[in-house]
Design a protein around this ligand. Structure first.
Ligand SMILES: Nc1ncnc2c1ncn2[C@@H]1O[C@H](COP(=O)(O)OP(=O)(O)OP(=O)(O)O)[C@@H](O)[C@H]1O
Ligand SMILES: [Mg+2]
Length: 374
């Protein structure tokens, strides 16, 4: 998948921007606070409808303007489609080839984007919530029914929790309805557990080799942690364990007014040999661990959707020593479109610069630089 052309209007500090991108490596460079990340963010929003760094869509609209627009021409299997997002202060509109797309899930499964940005280190250091969000986002891009099931799960969970609180307060409830909700919840939970387990296994198929190539260390892997000890993640096994748990724990759940078991309590950990990188790893080891799982995802996306995702790397070089930087660049092969931001071209191998398309950003304007004079 290639983003051929990007046009943005009134997005962040850009009044308007129109660039043609290379299908290989693109480097966006410039000083701090000029608008490098904003460009990556616009591509991310174009693909996933939400920003990776702001919950509030209004932040994305240029100050003093009422709406922003991002448009991208995407080539996939030799067909070019136009993706478009229009952000107004109150609502968002998605279009593919000028057709309005009503459901977010129908839109976001069309574009595959993988991003690495500095705050991604929170994937290791931060709370389990961040890791669950990551799983959900990636799985929504891979399978368009995941997002729907997850939404259903969250709705059912909310209803079930309300019921538990009512029972706790001795308010009369419809027991049959409560049982049906629990049964549906188990159904959706089973789907989510299986999808997450499959995804983590897939990451692990590639991650150890990638980590070794870049970091020169063996035995890197992710460990999926659930409330349960599932042996084979079969539907029957998961359903049986969940049912048994809900039966045995019902009094505790009523006491706390909360559903205590399920994928909303999931977690995963980063390991190197038998060491948890959260407490054991150096900054560089942690950073490369996160980059590694993103690179492993590229392989998963390639296999799954038969097309390479678009790779966005925000400020990735400033944190790595020269050897690791070059190992990483060597790993990013020519068959994936990559858009990298950096403050300094000196960080980057000359050979790469020669073959890359260079863009210089200065306070919300961008120019393509044909040949960088050093
Ligand atoms: N809604 C907005 N309207 C106008 N300007 C905005 C808006 N949101 C952010 N900006 C401006 O965008 C600039 C930051 O852009 P960006 O984060 O892309 O910088 P950067 O080039 O990536 O910098 P760094 O190298 O520090 O990461 C800031 O000057 C900020 O004031
Ligand atoms: Mg930035």
């Amino acid at each position: 998948m290639i983003l051929k052309q990007l046009k943005i209007t009134n997005f962040r500090n850009y009044k308007s921007l129109n660039i043609d991108l290379s299908n290989k490596i693109n480097i966006i460079y410039g000083q701090n606070a000029q608008g490098k990340t904003n460009i990556l963010e616009s591509i991310y929003v174009l693909g996933l409808t939400k920003s990776h760094r702001s919950f509030i869509d209004e932040d994305l609209i240029k100050s003093g303007e009422l709406s922003a627009k991002i448009l991208g021409n995407i080539e996939k299997d030799s067909i070019i489609s136009t993706f478009e997002i229009i952000l107004n202060r109150k609502k968002k509109q998605y279009k593919i080839d000028n057709d309005d797309i009503k459901r977010t899930s129908d839109y976001i499964s069309n574009m595959n984007i993988i991003i690495f940005y500095p705050e991604d280190l929170d994937l290791i250091k931060g709370s389990p919530n961040i890791r669950r969000k990551y799983l959900n986002l990636e799985l929504s891009q891979l399978y368009n029914n995941y997002y729907r099931v997850l939404n259903d799960y969250n709705k059912l969970l909310k209803i079930r929790n309300e019921y538990l609180k009512r029972i706790q307060k001795n308010i009369q409830i419809d027991k049959n309805y409560f049982d049906i909700i629990t049964e549906y919840l188990i159904d959706k939970a089973t789907f989510i557990y299986r999808a997450r387990n499959k995804f983590i296994n897939k990451i692990n198929n590639y991650a150890s080799n990638i980590y070794k190539e870049i970091m020169k260390l063996d035995n890197f892997y992710l460990r999926y942690k659930t409330n349960f000890e599932f042996k084979d993640y079969s539907e029957i096994e998961i359903k049986e364990q969940l049912k048994a748990k809900f039966n045995s724990e019902i009094n505790n759940e009523i006491k706390l007014g909360n559903t205590l078991y399920g994928p909303h309590r999931d977690e995963f950990e980063f390991y190197l040999d038998n060491n948890n990188l959260k407490s054991y790893g150096s900054q560089g080891q942690q950073r490369l661990a996160v980059i590694t799982i993103k690179l492993a995802e590229i392989e998963i996306f390639k296999k799954h959707s038969k097309t390479s995702p678009i790779l966005l790397l925000d400020d990735v070089f400033s944190e790595l020593d020269d050897e690791k930087k070059n190992n990483l660049l060597k790993y990013i092969k020519d068959d994936i479109q990559t858009i990298i931001t950096t403050t300094d071209l000196k960080n980057i191998d000359e050979k790469i610069i020669k073959h890359a398309k260079l863009f210089k950003v200065e306070s919300g304007t961008i120019v393509e630089i044909k040949e960088e004079v050093k």
